[in-house]
Design a protein around this ligand. Structure first.
Ligand code: GRG
Length: 300
């Protein structure tokens, strides 16, 4: 493993016990019985898999401003909980209808559809619970900024809205600007917010925060373009392994509009944009630079 991958793995290992703790320690109502099946489904959705890329971005962005503590890990874990909710719901029969996620049965396969819907709902609400908890940050203004940022990134003007536009794009294919917008909402917004959350936690000055937002937007766009390139260039054997509706349908992507070669050049340009946005931070931001390259070069 190279030094960057070592760091990604080490950061993921640090997030794991925080996620475990949050999933074990559900906010309870007095002595009421705990919903054990729901809790098991939530654990299945979250634990033991995933690159933990969004937590990595939170932690690395906060570290740029010298902040590395339990509160940062809690905020990073909250964003991962929300990401896992989106995966659970995206895999449902009404959406992508996937049988496998992170090499294991999807939540509705391992449990049932109603439990998967509830587990997703519970992960979504738990994410906001964690951000609003004073254990994440003593300053109510910081907590409010995190809650508002996550709501905007994941709600109708972000991930959920982007997913709706993506579904509609199957019947009415959008022009390029429409594809870019829906992708920025569907996958870009949460990646961008992950970087922003680190800046909020680290008390970044306005200019540094703006620079990080540019970095996050370019990295988010690179993530989606790389994903679409991986789909477009998958071997027949790899495509056969994919079970969901995504494997079959023609999706609205930049690769579909521009082809593989041009898309690869666009991906290189996006990484360059992400790196350029980090210029004000100098070598201190090298890990974030490597993260943009990793996102573009990954094999899933
Ligand atoms: C259904 C509410 C709802 C939203 C769906 C973002 C999204 C919108 C769904 C996620 C599902 C998906 C397959 C999106 C495409 C982007 C992608 C490959 C996400 C997977 O993220 P990674 O690569 O996964 O970070 P790991 O497993 O490493 O966390």
């Amino acid at each position: 493993m190279d030094a960057f991958t070592d760091r990604l793995v080490a950061r993921a290992a640090a997030i794991e016990p925080v996620l475990e703790g949050l999933l074990d320690d559900l906010p309870a109502f007095g002595e009421l019985e705990r919903p054990l099946r729901l809790m098991a489904a939530m654990r299945h959705a979250v634990l033991g898999g995933g690159k933990r890329l969004r937590p990595f971005l939170v932690v690395e962005a906060a570290a740029l401003f010298g902040r590395e503590d339990e509160g940062v890990l809690r905020a990073a874990a909250a964003i991962e909980l929300l990401h896992c909710y989106s995966l659970v719901h995206d895999d449902l029969p009404a959406m992508d209808d996937d049988d496998l996620r992170r090499g294991r049965p999807t939540v509705h396969k391992a449990y049932d559809e109603a439990t998967a819907i509830l587990a997703g709902d519970a992960l979504l609400t738990l994410a906001f619970d964690v951000l609003a908890d004073p254990a994440t940050d003593a300053d109510p203004a910081v907590r409010a900024a995190l809650v508002l940022g996550l709501a905007r990134a994941s709600g109708p003007g972000g991930m959920v809205g982007g997913q709706m536009l993506d579904l509609e794009a199957e019947s009415v294919p959008p022009a390029e600007a429409g594809v870019r917008t829906l992708q920025a909402m569907k996958t870009g917004a949460l990646l961008r917010f992950s970087v922003e959350a680190g800046a909020i936690l680290g008390g970044a000055p306005a200019e540094a925060r703006r620079a990080l937002l540019h970095y996050g937007a370019a990295t988010g766009a690179a993530f989606q373009l790389a994903d679409d390139l991986l789909d477009a260039t998958a071997t027949a054997a790899e495509t056969g392994k994919r079970t969901g509706k995504d494997a079959a349908r023609g999706k609205a992507t930049l690769v579909a509009l521009h082809g593989v070669e041009r898309s690869r050049r666009m991906l290189v340009a996006l990484v360059a944009q992400a790196e350029a946005a980090l210029a004000p931070f100098g070598p201190a931001a090298d890990t974030l630079r490597q993260a943009a390259r990793f996102v573009a070069d990954r094999r899933r």
